[in-house]
Write a protein that binds this ligand. Structure first.
Ligand code: AMP
Length: 482
């Protein structure tokens, strides 16, 4: 039996995404479009919107950033008072294929659309079972498994079918389902990925993060609870809890890196959480220095917290070019090295002759940090002390964050001292496992998934990581201008 962590990129998962849903608003698609803008950081590979006018579903999907996928003409066609939307995470190499969502199918006499953030860990097992019974798949994307399970169910309503389907699914999903009459928002019983509920007057809004609500002027109501299925229809909003209860294991990496700092995620401010992690890091890994600088943008709140706690001056020693994509997603090492230089430049005025503490949120492959240390030294820093506001990343994520293979995670096979040597810093310090929860009044890992840092996976990976060996199909639709 193959280990879930064996090489050949089987342990890469590519389903970190952002979702937005609007129900009961005359400008549903426009609001969903703006929501996608706010959630662009959650996915840059492709985007899509499906709207409903109570009769038909209208769909547009395409590759690229939200600004590239939609134009005025497209938006004019997305009519109706309900819409769901999806940003897909940008990934490397052969996986840069067209798996944009929402998926739309003809189903039981009407259209059905599904948008999914997360990763289903038993997708392949379910798919093999469905295929043996005659289901024909068009893609190898997890989300299609859910659609086939719904089609195979004999339940009388969409709610019954969705419940029956999702009760067979294991793993992470924050899911939006739209048909002519209703929008369903569901979160897996573990609540791995975030999903929040908001409103604009009587219209219901659902989004991965609150920053999407802010942009469209929606009022934040609450989190969609782990295991909750919220149904918005023309008769009102109702919640169901159709799954056996599970211990919530919300993703702590949303606080460390993934969510936007201006979002409230899992009921807490991401910005405050990151500052608290920086403060704790300063307590755990102090070092004498002249200046604290962040790796912008993700390291900024933690660096502020660090500087505050250490009582060392905070400054910007690295300036970021905001028009470059995330270097992390570049496929080859050489390009990634180049990418860091394109993205970050040293401020000699801040660094010259100084002992510098540079704070970043996470260390994954270590290649970015290595380049940053080099850039800082070239920029005149006398000493470079790298501090990371999370523990070493030792395991890939099976629940929806795009992480490299285990072998590529430098901390999975190297000690802190070996990593320090590799990146060329004068010192290197990570946050402790306990410190990772410093943002809580009573620090505790209870209720969180931190598998990427601890190797403790709360839900078994039933497919042994095989699902992503499949060749993904290409969706030839939704290019701009069509
Ligand atoms: P590296 O150690 O070179 O692999 O890259 C570490 C950098 O990537 C850090 O600055 C993080 O902010 C960023 N990072 C961490 N996890 C992810 C992720 N899942 N997607 C994109 N960037 C990430």
């Amino acid at each position: 039996m193959t280990s879930p962590f064996s090489r050949d990129s089987t342990d890469r998962f590519h389903d970190e995404c952002g979702v937005v849903g609007v129900f009961g608003h005359p400008e549903a698609a426009n609001l969903a479009y703006l929501g996608l803008y706010a959630l662009q950081h959650r996915g840059q590979e492709g985007a899509g919107i499906v709207s409903s006018d109570g009769q038909l579903l209208m769909s547009h999907r395409g590759l690229g950033l939200v600004a590239d996928v939609f134009d005025k003409e497209v938006m004019r066609r997305l009519i109706g008072d309900a819409a769901i939307a999806h940003n897909r995470y940008s990934t490397a190499g052969r996986t840069l294929l067209k798996n944009t969502q929402p998926f739309v199918v003809e189903f039981g006499g009407g259209g059905l659309a599904v948008a999914h953030n997360g990763n289903i860990v038993n997708a392949l097992e379910l798919r093999e079972r469905l295929e043996a019974r005659g289901s024909i798949f068009q893609s190898s994307v997890d989300t299609e498994v859910i659609i086939h399970l719904m089609a195979a169910s004999t339940g009388p309503s969409l709610i019954d079918r969705a419940s029956a389907a999702l009760n067979q699914v294991q793993g992470a999903y924050s899911l939006l389902i739209l048909d002519r009459n209703q929008m369903i928002a569901v979160r897996d019983p573990n609540g791995f990925r975030p999903l929040v509920l908001g409103k604009i007057k009587t219209a219901v809004v659902v989004a991965s993060e609150t920053c999407a609500l802010d942009l469209i002027g929606a009022e934040y109501v609450r989190e969609i609870e782990p295991g909750e299925m919220l149904v918005a229809s023309r008769t009102g909003v109702r919640s169901y809890y159709p799954f056996p209860s599970a211990k919530p294991t919300r993703c702590v990496f949303e606080y460390v890196y993934f969510s936007r700092p201006d979002s409230t995620v899992f009921g807490r401010s991401v910005y405050q959480a990151r500052k608290a992690l920086g403060r704790r890091l300063a307590q755990e890994r102090p070092v004498e220095a002249d200046v604290v600088i962040p790796v912008p943008d993700s390291g900024v709140p933690a660096a502020l917290g660090f500087a505050e706690e250490a009582k060392i001056e905070f400054d910007f020693g690295l300036i970021r070019n905001h028009y470059v994509g995330r270097t992390f997603i570049e496929p080859q090492d050489e390009i990634r090295h180049f990418g860091v230089k394109v993205k970050l430049n040293a401020q000699r005025q801040v660094l010259e002759g100084k002992r510098v503490i540079v704070v970043d949120d996470s260390l994954v492959r270590g290649t970015t940090s290595r380049k940053i240390v080099e850039i800082l030294r070239q920029g005149g820093a006398r000493e470079v002390h790298l501090r990371i506001s999370s523990p070493p990343t030792i395991g890939p994520c099976f629940y929806g964050v795009d992480t490299p293979t285990r072998e590529e995670l430098v901390a999975s096979s190297h000690s802190v001292e070996q990593i320090r040597e590799f990146i060329g810093a004068d010192s290197l310090g990570f946050l402790s496992e306990e410190g990772l929860y410093a943002f809580l009044p009573k620090p505790s890992s209870e209720g969180f998934c931190d598998a990427c840092f601890t190797g403790r996976y709360p839900v078994r990976v039933a497919d042994d990581g095989r699902s992503h060996q499949l060749v993904l199909f290409e969706v030839r639709e939704g290019q701009r201008g069509r």
